[in-house]
Ligand binder design. Structure first.
Ligand code: PEP
Ligand code: MG
Length: 544
């Protein structure tokens, strides 16, 4: 048995077999090859396998999402079987006498560069498609999965680290747990995993992948952060007991469904759920969330290889709104950038991406992108109770610009005879110190505030939320952060504006009383935290 300790991301226990997820640059090593014909045959086989997978995905997408989504995979299938693509790979194998994986990777780099240099926007967008099909080819060649279309059984997915887009690309039905060598608890990857209720441990150390073996037995304890590879009998027994206890605790919490979030002295608070995809809505409902306090829409953008169309977004937002049956649903506009990268956005590499071109800054400088999302949101608004929220705001002028775009979108829809909800609320995230400090100026312009404590903490304490090496300097209860929250709450209420917290601190029960005393109206947390938080609120008293 080998034991590892990392940081528990989501508290639950899983036991199963290891599936190693290697990134493309980890999977692709240059190996000198004598038998080039054999390598070319491997390419043929991988092409057949990739074509069959794309066919399957294309049919699935056609049924589940519509023709325009299926078309993307059809383009992938055509590109994959194009002679130029095939010849480019074989030429690298012949000329350089290298292995098929390396040849695919090199040919993909060359071809995507060529597409990127083209004038025509349509052709430039094909660069991302080439990379996508080449990733699939490499996965099929290496037999190492980063795509669950080729991993048949549910497994514990182990990796050096995951990016948010990698997490969204993995079929959750095939995941028992996640374990990584590196990773920060405040990263979007960690947040996503938590919202999906998947047991996970991050940061178990850099020897992990070299010790474990594909298909080996593994136990993951998301509570304590412990991971056991090839556990002994005693450890197995211990974890069966622990999993049973956890199951009993969760069953008891179910009794709180339908009950109010009210303290012993009568103070109420709304407890809502954060979601990252339509799939998470069922967890929000089964945990009896009062609504959706934050739908992070960027994951719709990360799961594809091109911008999601207005129609695709409309369908997604409509589904969430309908499923929540009139309960409040706050949908946040695109917050891409920093750790959330999609190739087709072609964002430049930045020295300080968290301080860079991100979120509302992208939307305001790429108006077509913003307009498309807002049109989809307003169109969907007739199907439920929608609030639209804007991330990463720092100034009054940005907010004026945003509100003007919203007005223009509404006017455009009206002119086209397209219906939209009359009562759509507009709100902003308070997640920069600037926004908190001018919250008295911002409050009269909006319907609600929601505090993003993940970024507010990062920007206030000057601590990159992705850097696990400085975690000991990140004090989430830092007085500066709490003062900014308190100040925002006071200013919100001065203008009759509702204020919630949707960052991870919302679930921190050591602060629940403080937040309630500040007058915070809503806490929005990962779905599985709704009932434990309700349980806690019902046991406390706010007034001495
Ligand atoms: C936050 O910053 O607290 C927040 C909720 O937004 P995100 O974690 O998506 O950046
Ligand atoms: Mg944020």
């Amino acid at each position: 048995m080998k034991a590892f300790v990392g940081k528990g991301v989501y508290g639950a226990i899983a036991a199963g077999t290891v599936s190693i997820f290697r990134k493309r640059d980890e999977a692709v090593r240059r190996i000198h090859i004598e038998d080039t014909e054999a390598e070319k045959q491997r390419v043929e086989l991988a092409m057949k396998e990739s074509t069959a997978q794309l066919q399957e995905i294309c049919e699935k997408a056609g049924k589940e999402a519509g023709k325009s989504d299926a078309a993307i995979f059809e383009i992938h299938r055509i590109l994959l079987n194009d002679d130029d693509y095939h010849n480019a790979i074989c030429k690298v194998i012949e000329d350089q006498q290298v292995n098929a994986e390396y040849a695919v990777s090199t040919a993909a780099d060359n071809l995507s560069e060529m597409f990127l240099a083209m004038e025509d926007g349509y052709m430039r967008a094909r660069a991302a498609d080439i990379r996508d099909i080449s990733d699939r080819m490499i996965r099929n060649l290496t037999g190492v999965t980063s795509d669950q279309t080729i991993s048949r059984n549910k497994a514990v997915i182990c990796a050096s680290e995951f990016s948010p887009s990698e997490i969204v690309s993995i079929d959750k039905e095939k995941v028992l747990a996640f374990v990584t060598e590196r990773g920060s608890l405040n990263s979007h990857t960690a947040i996503l995993v938590k919202d999906m209720n998947i047991p996970a441990v991050f940061g178990v150390g850099k020897e992990f992948l070299s010790v474990i073996k594909e298909g080996g037995e593994i136990i993951v304890d998301g509570f304590s952060g412990e991971v056991f590879f090839e556990p002994d009998e005693e450890t197995r027994r211990r974890f069966v007991r622990k999993a049973e206890e956890d199951g009993n605790r969760k069953r008891l919490l179910q009794e709180l469904k339908g009950r109010e979030n009210v303290t012993r002295d009568g103070k109420k608070i709304d407890i809502c759920a954060n979601i990252g995809s339509i799939d998470d809505v069922s967890a929000a409902l089964s945990n009896d969330a009062g609504g959706i306090g934050l739908f992070r829409t960027e994951f719709l953008y990360l799961e594809g290889s091109d911008y999601p169309t207005e129609e695709k977004q409309f369908i997604a937002y409509k589904r969430v709104l309908e499923s929540m049956k009139g309960k409040k649903v706050i949908i946040r506009t695109l917050d891409i950038g920093a750790d959330k990268q999609a190739d087709y956005f072609q964002l430049k590499k930045e020295e300080n991406p968290a301080l860079g071109y991100r979120a509302i800054r992208i939307c305001l400088t790429r108006p077509e992108l913003f307009r498309t999302q807002l049109r989809a949101l307003y169109r969907a608004s007739v199907f439920g109770n929608l609030g639209i929220m804007f991330p990463m705001l720092t100034s009054v002028s940005e907010l004026k610009e945003i509100l003007a775009v919203c007005t223009a979108v509404r006017e455009e829809l009206a002119a086209q005879g397209i219906r939209y909800g009359e009562n759509v609320e507009l709100g902003i995230m308070i997640e920069t110190p600037a926004a908190a400090l001018i919250s008295d100026r911002l409050a009269p312009m909006v319907d609600f505030f929601s505090i993003g404590t993940n970024d507010l903490t990062q920007y206030t304490l000057a601590c990159d939320r992705l850097n696990p090496d400085i975690e000991r300097f990140v004090d989430p209860h830092h007085e500066a952060v709490l003062r900014l929250i308190g100040m925002s709450a006071e200013n919100a209420h001065k203008y009759g504006v509702r204020i919630g917290i949707c960052g991870e601190l919302a679930a921190d029960m050591a602060l629940t009383e403080t937040f309630m005393r500040m007058g915070i109206d809503e806490l929005s947390v990962s779905p599985s935290f709704v009932l434990p938080l309700r349980d806690f609120v019902r046991k406390i008293k706010i007034n001495p």
